[in-house]
Design a binder for this molecule. Structure first.
Ligand SMILES: Nc1ncnc2c1ncn2[C@@H]1O[C@H](COP(=O)(O)OP(=O)(O)O)[C@@H](O)[C@H]1O
Ligand SMILES: [Mg+2]
Length: 332
């Protein structure tokens, strides 16, 4: 379970958080500029490469399993954790290797990955912008139907590419969708496959499902996962663009489905087509969801038959004007 400070609870105990690498630290050819974020499995830094270009570097550092010694190197926090820590590192490495093959404008570009400090680092192209989650939280008024169709229509190009490589994302949610400051185009970040394998094979780690975005089959057994699982998470992400929060978590839905249909909640505020798309993706039975990402994309980018007026609290500006205004300013 991810706690509020993003550490993982380990059999009831909360692990201490490890210090990040210090600013200015030289990691092979890269100079750490600052820490960008800390998750339960990794830390992300902004850094400069040898040509002074910005990159983002992700460090494998599962807080429940590992400690940073002497300020830099990482080791398993106990003998018991050793095997799982090593196994997780291998998965992280494999994830980096798989991702490095994908070159697509809507998928984060992996530039390099290497071992150092007794752990693994993944170097990515640095993207300026903000996550869709930040956008929902701080600029909800920009999130109208055309924004949603535009962002997800493009994002699905990236997801199709991912699936072409026989990979699944397994952690699609607004916090893992980045919107570029330059043109608002979306980038898929943070592939969860390593975490999935790690939590499956380690009874010590509580599962890393993100409640509300994970499909029911993610609670039922990994052999049930497929492209339809990412499709559920896309539906949950679109839902949260409208609602500001995720739908009811799928494990609770399996027990007692209290999730009202999007069609009912927002009837008259968005096109019927968009609301039906959300409900279609969020079907508990994978076979009742869109049959492929391509099929989903096709309906998503089609113009709705009847263009509805935007909800009254939405400013009458077009999508690009809104995005430029809200994204173009920040430099993160
Ligand atoms: N390539 C990147 N460019 C810029 N920022 C990034 C990049 N990758 C990650 N980040 C930043 O780090 C945060 C966490 O990254 P993410 O890959 O989602 O890791 P996790 O959620 O496992 O900590 C992102 O929300 C974003 O702010
Ligand atoms: Mg993330």
């Amino acid at each position: 379970m991810v706690t509020s400070n993003n550490s993982i609870s380990l059999s009831g105990m909360t692990s201490q958080s490890n210090a990040p690498l210090p600013n200015g630290y030289q990691l092979l050819n890269y100079r750490i500029d600052k820490q960008l974020s800390r998750g339960g499995f990794s830390l992300v830094y902004r850094a400069y490469d040898e040509h002074n270009n910005l990159v983002a570097i992700k460090e494998y550092l599962p807080s429940a399993l590992a400690l940073r010694k002497d300020g830099y190197s990482v080791e398993a926090s106990s003998d018991d954790c050793q095997a799982v820590f090593r196994y997780g590192m291998r998965c992280f490495f494999e994830e980096g290797r798989a991702l490095a093959r994908i070159v697509h404008p809507n998928v984060v570009r992996v530039l390099n990955f290497f071992r150092a400090n007794e752990t693994v680092y993944m170097v990515m192209r640095y993207e300026r912008g903000r996550t869709l989650q930040d956008q929902i939280q701080s600029h909800k008024d920009t999130i109208n139907e055309s924004f949603i169709r535009h962002v997800f229509g493009h994002l699905l190009n990236g997801l199709r590419e991912v699936h072409t490589y026989k990979l699944l994302h397994l952690d699609i949610k607004p916090a893992n969708i980045y919107l570029r400051a330059t043109d608002g185009s979306p980038v898929l970040l943070d592939f969860g496959a390593a975490r999935q394998t790690l939590t499956r094979d380690s009874p010590k780690l509580n599962p890393m499902y993100t409640p509300g975005f994970a499909p029911p089959e993610q609670y039922q057994g990994l052999d049930l996962l497929g492209p339809w699982s990412d499709i559920y998470s896309v539906g949950a992400s679109i839902f949260s663009c409208l609602a500001g929060v995720a739908p009811q978590s799928a494990d609770a839905r399996l027990y007692e489905d209290k999730q009202e249909s999007a069609r009912k909640i927002w009837h008259g505020q968005y096109s019927d087509e968009l609301l039906e798309i959300i409900d279609w993706c969020l079907r508990l039975d994978p076979q009742e969801r869109p049959p492929s990402v391509f099929a989903l994309q096709k309906v998503l980018i089609e113009e709705p038959k009847k263009v509805l007026e935007e909800p009254k609290n939405v400013r009458k500006k077009n999508f690009l004007m809104n995005l430029r205004e809200t994204l173009g300013l920040g430099d993160r």
